[in-house]
Structure formats: C-alpha cells, structure tokens
Write a protein that binds this ligand. Structure first.
Ligand SMILES: C[S@@+](CC[C@H](N)C(=O)[O-])C[C@H]1O[C@@H](n2cnc3c(N)ncnc32)[C@H](O)[C@@H]1O
Length: 249
C-alpha cells in the first residue's frame, strides 16, 4: 500500500471495530433519528438504502460546520438522512426532500409528523423534473445539496446544479456560491476504482447489484466533479465513497 493511502483497515474485523469506535466517539444523533433508523432496519426490505448512522453523524456535523440553513436532498427513501439534515439546519432552517416513490415519501412524511418535524418539504416525482421546477421557484439558494438517488442520473443532477447556479446571476440560483455538494455511493464498494477480480467485492456485487450503466454514470460523475473548473472537489474514500464538492463561483 502506498504511504499516501489510509492504512486503517487491513481486514473486515478492524474496519468494523474502527467504525464502532468512530461511532461512539462522534457526537450522538438525537434518539428519534437513531430510532427511525432502527425501525427502518426492522421493517423495510430495502433498509440498506439508508446511509449508516455513522455517515449521518458526519453529515449533520458537516452541515453544521458550514452553517447550512437550506438543504436539498435528492433521494429520500423513508427519511432517515433527511432527519439528519433537518436536525443540522435547526427549526428555522429548511430541507427540501425529493423522492420518486409515493410509498416511501408517505412513510417519510409520517415519520416527520410523528416526531413533530416541520422544516422538511417532501416533493414526490422524478428528481430531474423537481430540480428544474425548484430552480425557478425557490426563494433562496440551497447551502448544501445531497445526491443519493438513482446512480445513472448522477451526471444529470450535477449538470443541473451547475446550470441552475450560474455565476454572477441576479436571479435566485439553485446552489449558492461556496455551497456544498455531497454525493453518496460514488465508489460502489470500491468497484468504481477497482473492478478487477482482485477486489473481493467484485464477484459478490456482480451477482447482486452490478449494473454497467451505474458504473459508467459514476465514472462520469466523478470525472465531472474533478474536471469542472467551477468546483473544488474531495473524493472521500469513506462509507461507500462520498463525493464532496464546493461550488467556487
Ligand atoms: C439510496 S435511497 C436514499 C436513502 C436516503 N438518502 C437515506 O440515506 O436515508 C435512494 C432513493 O432515491 C429514490 N429515487 C430513485 N430514482 C429517483 C429519481 N429519479 N427521482 C427521485 N427519487 C429517486 C429511490 O426511490 C430511493 O428511495
């Protein structure tokens, strides 16, 4: 292993222990959020759609660190990560949550209502259409945009964010200057960087969820992130790969 790379995880046992240790040494999520995650794991067939509680801790921390008051989430599922953004922006902030499935959106909205969360708006439909509409109707730009929906649309979501946030614009833009983009699953179990058979995940993933068009889209997205002169980018090799960008202009 080259010295510039992290040497924290020589095997699965160490990775698990480092993850558990990191979880217990990071600021706790409020109980209603961890409870919703636990409920999702128990009841939802696709509970693995949710980010991990450790990733949620990081995202809440990040949003607070950059002082985010308005967050756009693309891909909400049952609202777990959304609750994290809601907590981070606090009651006087706002979260817009985009979800394709009316069933998932309903579960999310019920959970928000049950926990008296009132700073989240859920918009049901294809996020590409919702983003287009939001770009002409929002009162203020977003401070942070989280991309966590269909992987094939990641390049489109990024193109839309850049197109609807023109520099030196006098009208409202989608993402403010200096705003943050966070994109989940951009390494896909490491397969985006190393799809060879030397990667033990390769055979497993090919059997289960491998989709060539997802991989092509993620490569394209990662290239766009680093090649855009308008973005400062850091690809964080944590969780399932977290693409982080800062809109410079
Ligand atoms: C990985 S899950 C989101 C998980 C959630 N962010 C969390 O961590 O708790 C992705 C979600 O995106 C939704 N989705 C997929 N394609 C979409 C699209 N074109 N527009 C809006 N939502 C979409 C799926 O229905 C699914 O609920």
């Amino acid at each position: 292993m080259k010295e510039i790379y992290t040497a924290l995880y020589p095997n699965e046992q160490v990775a698990t222990n480092v993850g558990d240790y990191s979880f217990s040494h990071s600021t706790k999520l409020p109980k209603h959020i961890t409870d919703h995650h636990a409920w999702g794991v128990e009841t939802q067939e696709r509970s693995n759609y949710m980010i991990s509680p450790l990733q949620a801790q990081f995202q809440v921390w990040l949003a607070k660190a950059v002082g985010a008051k308005r967050v756009l989430e693309i891909g909400t599922f049952i609202g777990f990560s959304t609750m994290g953004w809601s907590e981070a922006v606090s009651t006087n902030g706002h979260v817009t949550a985009l979800e394709f499935s009316p069933e998932y959106a309903q579960i999310a909205e019920e959970a928000f209502a049950k926990n008296s969360i009132t700073n989240i708006e859920v918009i049901v439909g294809d996020a590409r259409e919702s983003i287009k509409k939001l770009s002409t109707t929002i009162p203020q730009p977003y401070d942070l945009i989280f991309i966590d929906a269909d992987k094939t649309s990641y390049p489109t979501y990024l193109s839309q964010i850049l197109e609807y946030s023109p520099p030196n614009s006098t009208s409202v833009r989608l993402l403010r200057q200096g705003g943050i983009i966070v994109a989940d699953n951009i390494l896909r179990r490491g397969l985006v960087a190393d799809p060879s058979d030397a990667n033990p995940q390769a055979a497993k993933e090919r059997e289960r969820t491998w989709r060539a068009d997802d991989m092509d889209a993620l490569h394209k997205f990662n290239d766009m992130m680093v090649e855009s002169a308008r973005l400062e980018t850091f690809l964080m090799p944590m969780f399932d790969g977290l693409g982080c960008g800062r809109l410079v202009d």
